[in-house]
Design a protein around this ligand. Structure first.
Ligand code: CAA
Length: 293
C-alpha cells in the first residue's frame, strides 16, 4: 500500500517537473490549418484557447474509419502540445456525433488480423489526452461513437442525441470500452440492458444516468461546450491537469488508493507558483493571474 502511495506521489511530481520543463512559448500547430480529410479543426473562444475538433464524414454518419481515427489522434497530439490551448471540444454533425466503427471497413477482418494488428489499440488517444476534453454530442453516438464520447472527460448532449452500444446486433461486442466505461458510469443493470439489446437511450436519459452532464438545444451545443472549455481555461492549466488525473484515478483504483493519490497530489500543488498565486489572490481580494507553473 505504502509503495503504491509513493508511486502515485512520484507520478504527480513527474507531471509537475515535466510541465515545468516545457518551453513557455505558445506554438501553433498544423492542427489549426484545416488540412484534413475526415475532420475539421479550429480554435475558438474569446481568448482563442479552446480547440474544436469536428468529425467530418457526413455521408457515413462519421463512421470511425482508420483514416479518421488517425487524423483525430494527430490533431489531439498537436493540440495537446500547444501551450495556448486550455481545453478541447470534440463534436460531430447535428445528425451524428459518430455512428460507430466503420462496419464496411472492418467487415473483411479476420480473427488473426485483429490479434496481430491489435485492432482498435490506436483508438486510445482521446483517453490519453492530458488536457480536458469535452464531447459535444448531437445525434447518434453509437458503438465506437458512444465509446469515443465516454473517453472524453465531460459529455454535453444535444436534445436529440442518442447513445447506444448496438454491436450485439452485428454479432460482435463493444471493443473500445463500451462494456467497461458504460458499466462504471450507469451501473451493471442499465449497461447490460444497453449492451445486450442494442437499444439506444435519449439525451435526457443519459443525463439522468450521469452519462451526460448537461442537455442543451442542438444549435447551442457546441457554443455551450466552448464556454465550458473557456471557464476551465480561466484556471491554471497545470492544476487542471493534476485535477483531471485525480478524478480519472477514481476509475482506475480502489477508494483507499485513490484517496492517497488525491492527498499526495493536493500536497504537490503546494510546490507550484499557481497554488501560491491562487490563495494570495483570494486573500488580497483580486483575480488570480496564473502562469501554469
Ligand atoms: N459504418 C459504416 N457505415 C455506416 C455506419 C457505420 N457504423 N453507420 C452508418 N453508415 C453509413 C450507411 O451505410 C449509409 O451509407 P450509404 O448511404 O452508402 O448506404 C450512411 O452511413 C447513412 O446511414 P443510414 O442510411 O443507415 O442512415 P439512417 O438514418 O437510416 O440510420 C443509423 C442511422 C441508425 C445510425 C444506422 O446507420 C446504423 O444503425 N448504423 C450502424 C450503427 C452501429 O451498428 N454502430 C456500431 C458499429 S461497431 C463498433 O462501433 C465496434 C466498436 O466497439 C468499436
Amino acid at each position: 500500500m505504502a509503495n503504491i502511495a509513493k508511486l502515485f506521489a512520484s507520478r504527480a511530481q513527474c507531471v509537475l517537473l515535466a510541465a515545468a520543463r516545457q518551453p513557455q512559448v505558445a506554438t501553433r500547430f498544423a492542427s489549426t490549418s484545416g488540412n484534413w480529410e475526415f475532420i475539421k479543426t479550429e480554435v475558438a473562444g474569446e481568448g482563442k484557447n479552446v480547440a474544436v475538433i469536428t468529425l467530418n464524414r457526413p455521408k457515413a454518419l462519421n463512421a470511425l474509419c482508420n483514416g479518421l481515427m488517425k487524423e483525430l489522434s494527430t490533431a489531439l497530439q498537436e493540440f495537446g502540445k500547444d501551450k495556448s490551448i486550455a481545453a478541447i471540444v470534440l463534436t460531430g454533425s447535428e445528425k451524428a456525433f459518430a455512428a460507430g466503427a466503420d462496419i464496411k471497413e472492418m467487415l473483411p477482418n479476420t480473427y488473426s488480423q485483429c490479434i496481430q494488428g491489435n485492432f482498435l489499440n490506436d483508438w486510445t488517444e482521446v483517453a490519453r489526452t492530458q488536457k480536458p476534453i469535452i464531447a459535444a454530442v448531437n445525434g447518434y453516438a453509437l458503438g465506437g461513437g458512444c465509446e469515443l464520447a465516454m473517453m472524453c472527460d465531460i459529455i454535453y448532449a444535444g436534445e436529440k442525441a442518442k447513445f447506444g452500444q448496438p454491436e450485439i446486433a452485428l454479432g460482435t461486442i463493444p471493443g473500445a470500452g463500451g462494456t467497461q466505461r458504460l458499466t462504471r458510469v450507469v451501473g451493471k443493470s442499465k449497461a447490460m440492458e444497453m449492451c445486450l439489446t442494442g437499444n439506444m437511450i435519449t439525451a435526457q436519459e443519459a443525463e439522468k444516468l450521469g452519462l451526460a452532464s448537461k442537455v442543451v438545444p442542438a444549435d447551442q451545443l457546441v457554443g455551450e461546450a466552448i464556454k465550458l472549455g473557456e471557464k476551465i481555461g480561466t484556471h491554471s492549466n497545470l492544476i487542471v491537469q493534476l485535477c483531471k488525473e485525480a478524478v480519472n484515478t477514481a476509475y482506475e483504483t480502489t477508494l483507499q488508493e485513490g484517496l492517497k493519490y488525491e492527498r499526495r497530489t493536493f500536497h504537490a500543488t503546494f510546490s507550484t507558483a499557481d497554488r501560491k498565486e491562487g490563495m494570495t489572490a483570494f486573500a488580497e481580494k483580486r483575480p488570480a493571474k496564473f502562469t501554469n507553473e
